[in-house]
Design a protein around this ligand. Structure first.
Ligand SMILES: Cc1ncc(COP(=O)(O)O)c(C=O)c1O
Length: 372
């Protein structure tokens, strides 16, 4: 029997046709497809404007720079995230200050943020981990009270929603100063590679626009206004991204049904917990990570699932555990909840055309793997 993969992106004939537009016109680098993608993406998330870049990491790097983050500053963030979160801060010359996450949501523990603030703190870089919205209401309030900027690492959160003043709003409106998305193939909307920055601030977006293109003046590309990068998105990537954006609503409906089915199928298996979704949050369920109860040995469970033809992965890796020689971050207290989340969670298969039969196979394999 064929193994069930963890994930595969939803790609089809429409992407092939979209790719032929820039290929036939000969306009390959940033051009009309990028401009259209930016506009359509901004409309989707409810932002005034969006600026496309070459990756989610580039979005974070430029977003932080556009917020004025630089050497001597501290940025409070989480270790329990893809390493790009911390790397982007390091690349600005600032110091990431790492706080722990909550055991049930895998998101920043808001109670720990206040004590991590120093006179050097400039921003909070909060992550919507695996697509689950973090507590933006409390975090934005805290940032405002302390005079800090709040930047969202929304790499995983396209299509996720949060209840804001009694209404559901999409992540990326944005609710803080600026939000950054990724279009890596593991995300619900992929452009192969790519990222997007959204902000209410026209000045910050203008800086992102300048920095993504060598610091050149967008009105006169022969004038360089400051040293920048080549973080442009190509029209080939944007053409694919536009098709994917059009498919996102249907993908989200399917995804939420599949998660409900998993809840039913896994309900009777003791020792498995879903990532907690608060009443004010709606995840896009980009990645389904289950927490194992203390009784189960995660490596045994993983190998039994692999033997049964079910691909699985460990949870999100903590950045502070990476073998970096001179750690460029500061730990604000214990990070053991994140470590436990890394060690004791299990990412299981979930993708757009995963059948009910495959979900049943995964559930059965899990029941057997956990049965001693
Ligand atoms: C939380 C988080 N932040 C940042 C990134 C970086 O995005 P990219 O791979 O597009 O650079 C990713 C994913 O890959 C991510 O999961």
């Amino acid at each position: 029997m064929e193994a069930i993969p963890i994930y595969r992106p939803w790609l089809g004939q429409e992407e092939l046709e979209a790719l032929s537009r820039p290929l036939q016109s000969g306009w390959l680098t940033q051009g009309p497809e990028v401009a259209a993608f930016e506009q359509e993406f901004a409309e989707y998330v409810g932002a005034e404007r969006a600026v496309a870049v070459s990756s989610g990491t580039a979005a974070l790097h430029l977003g932080l720079l556009a917020c004025g983050v630089g050497p001597g500053d501290e940025v409070i963030t989480v270790s329990h995230s893809f390493v790009a979160t911390v790397n982007a801060v390091v690349q600005t010359g600032a110091t990431p200050v790492l706080v722990d996450v909550e055991a049930d949501t895998f998101n920043m523990d808001v109670d720990l943020v206040e004590q991590a603030i120093t006179e050097r703190t400039r921003a909070l870089l909060v992550v919507h981990q695996l697509g689950m919205p973090c507590d933006l209401g409390r975090l934005c309030r805290l940032a405002r009270e302390k005079g800090l900027l709040l930047i969202e690492d929304a790499a995983c959160a396209v299509g996720s929603e949060i209840k804001w003043d009694g209404r559901w709003e999409r992540i990326g409106k944005p609710h803080g100063e600026l939000a950054c998305f990724s279009f890596h193939p593991r995300k619900l909307l992929t452009a192969a590679e790519g990222g997007m920055v959204v902000s209410h601030s026209a000045d910050r977006l203008a800086r992102v626009e300048r920095l993504r293109n060598h610091g050149r003046d967008p009105e006169d590309s022969r004038r360089v206004l400051e040293p920048g990068f080549n973080y442009r998105m190509s029209d080939l990537h944007a053409a694919v991204g536009r098709v994917q954006l059009g498919r996102l609503s249907e993908l989200l409906v399917r995804r939420r049904c599949q998660v409900e089915r998993y809840r039913d199928l896994l309900e009777s298996i003791p020792g498995l917990e879903f990532q907690k979704q608060a009443a004010w949050a709606r995840s896009n369920w980009q990645t389904l990570a289950l927490r194992l109860s203390p009784g189960a040995d995660p490596s045994v469970v993983r190998s039994r699932l692999q033997e049964a033809g079910v691909c699985v992965q460990k949870g999100v890796a903590c950045s502070h555990r990476q073998p970096v020689r001179e750690a460029p971050w500061r730990q604000a207290g214990s990070l053991e909840v994140g470590e436990r989340a890394e060690d004791r969670s299990l990412v299981i298969p979930l993708f757009h055309d995963m059948s009910e039969a495959d979900q049943r196979r995964v559930a059965l394999a899990l029941a057997e793997a956990l049965n001693d």
